[in-house]
Ligand binder design. Structure first.
Ligand SMILES: CCCCCCCCCCC/C=C/C(=O)SCCNC(=O)CCNC(=O)[C@H](O)C(C)(C)COP(=O)(O)OP(=O)(O)OC[C@H]1O[C@@H](n2cnc3c(N)ncnc32)[C@H](O)[C@@H]1OP(=O)(O)O
Length: 397
């Protein structure tokens, strides 16, 4: 059975509009133009903006695409005039909600807002990416990632606690940018951690509901390319990289731990890689690093059977460096990291190079292979059905 063309996925419904897809979002954040007609864009400006969207060099992310979708519908059809989709059509419901949230905004004002938004997107996709020092650091596109630098430590914090810090497409991109900036900034150490009770629940499974114009094959291709770039940044990261695992970790947030230099975990953390349950296969170089770290049979139990490890078990297997009582976790770990960050940074970089460099070529090859296998997996019925089950709330890990 193939779920993509129907059911909860985008495509093949009356709400579909080419190039305007979705993601949950609060449209009031739009800052909509409701001003007088003298300022408003012409139909020609609007048509140009519609063409311009297709030429954007960078994917603007799902939230922006949803804004574009809603404004496009409002500009071309006026206020939302179709029945609200049922609960199962959650993607169409999200789109419907965004359109409906525009209320009675006039077609002309929607047209203007669309043109303004496209013009901002075009400007930002054309500006060169700054190689900024820490103080001028380009902030992530989304609030779901917070990057700070203090006491010689750059901290990249996953900040989506209501969704257990699940990684959206934009967050992958923002983490790539944050790692690239951190590799050049003044800090000695870089830390990845999470906000709230979870470290990270892995890939946001709704990432796979955003079918682009090229369909499932194109979605799998672009997801594999993003995954490969994302993991490459961890392989190549030149400074000490520390994971401060503040709670349970799932999926890709676990697999990439093999590419960190040090992993500190609260005793509340757990480590879960349920790839078979999801019809998927390992990534983050874990098919190579896990057997090396813990031996092939322990790795197989995690990666094939999805065995969840406690923090203590993960420490005993060598995946975690040290476990701390939850009550003192933050205090103890940050005190330790502050002390380490005072060590000579060049010595730490060079030592890391010696430890890691001879493995790099191998890790890049493993990453390429894992990404390409996943590209196929994401198009399989096993995977689609597993994701659909989670999204329809039938299954939780
Ligand atoms: C086209 C481009 C696409 C690009 C994509 C890039 C691709 C790279 C992908 C690399 C491969 C990665 C693989 C993985 O990471 S596999 C692991 C995936 N993760 C999961 O399967 C976890 C799913 N979540 C759960 O099972 C439970 O939520 C969990 C056990 C984590 C927590 O349960 P709990 O009961 O404590 O909390 P809730 O379920 O109520 O969660 C709160 C809300 O958060 C939402 N949530 C949590 N995790 C995810 C997730 N991974 N994806 C989406 N949403 C998630 C959950 O639905 C709740 O939302 P609501 O409050 O709205 O109900």
């Amino acid at each position: 059975m193939t779920l993509w063309p129907g059911g909860p996925w985008l495509g093949g419904t009356s709400l579909e509009t080419t190039n305007h897809w979705l993601s949950p979002l609060q449209v009031p954040a739009l800052g909509l133009h409701v001003g007088g007609p003298a300022m408003l864009a012409s139909q020609k400006d609007f048509n140009n903006a519609v063409s311009q969207v297709k030429l954007l060099k960078e994917d603007p992310g799902n939230e922006v695409k949803l804004k574009l979708y809603a404004l496009y519908k409002q500009a071309t059809e006026g206020p939302c005039n179709v029945p609200k989709p049922g609960m199962l059509g959650f993607i169409n419901k999200t789109k419907w909600d965004a359109w409906n949230a525009l209320g009675s905004l006039s077609k002309e004002a929607a047209r203007q807002n669309y043109v303004d938004l496209v013009s901002r997107l075009s400007a930002s996709s054309e500006s060169p990416s700054p190689e900024a020092p820490a103080a001028d650091r380009k902030q992530p596109e989304s609030d779901s990632l917070v990057v700070t630098s203090e006491d010689g430590i750059t901290t990249i914090r996953l900040n989506r606690p209501a969704k257990k810090n699940a990684l959206t497409t934009q967050m992958y991109r923002d983490i790539i940018a944050a790692l690239q900036a951190a590799s050049k900034d003044e800090s000695a150490i870089t830390v990845l951690t999470g906000s709230g009770d979870y470290y990270c629940s892995g890939n946001d499974l709704t990432n796979f509901t955003h079918l682009p114009a090229g369909g499932l094959e194109e979605m799998a291709r672009s997801a594999a390319a993003l995954l490969r770039d994302f993991v490459n940044c961890f392989i190549d990261f030149p400074k000490p990289l520390v994971a401060v695992v503040n709670g349970p970790a799932v999926g890709i947030s676990v697999t990439i731990l093999g590419l960190f230099d040090v992993v500190y975990a609260t005793d509340r953390a757990s480590f879960h890689t349920p790839f078979s349950h999801l019809g998927q296969s390992p990534e983050g170089c874990s098919s190579y690093t896990f057997p090396k770290i813990m031996g092939s049979s322990k790795a197989a139990e995690m990666l094939l059977f999805g065995k969840k490890l406690t923090a203590q078990e993960a420490c005993a297997q060598g995946l975690v460096t040290e476990v701390f009582p939850d009550g003192t976790f933050q205090k103890e770990v940050w005190a330790r990291l502050k002390a380490y960050s005072k060590l000579p940074p060049n010595a730490m970089r060079i030592s890391k190079q010696i430890i890691r460099n001879r493995e790099k070529e191998k890790l890049h090859a493993v990453n390429a292979e894992e990404s390409s296998v996943l590209r196929e997996r994401w198009q399989s019925d096993e995977c689609m059905n597993a994701i659909a089950s989670f999204l329809s709330r039938k299954v939780k890990l």
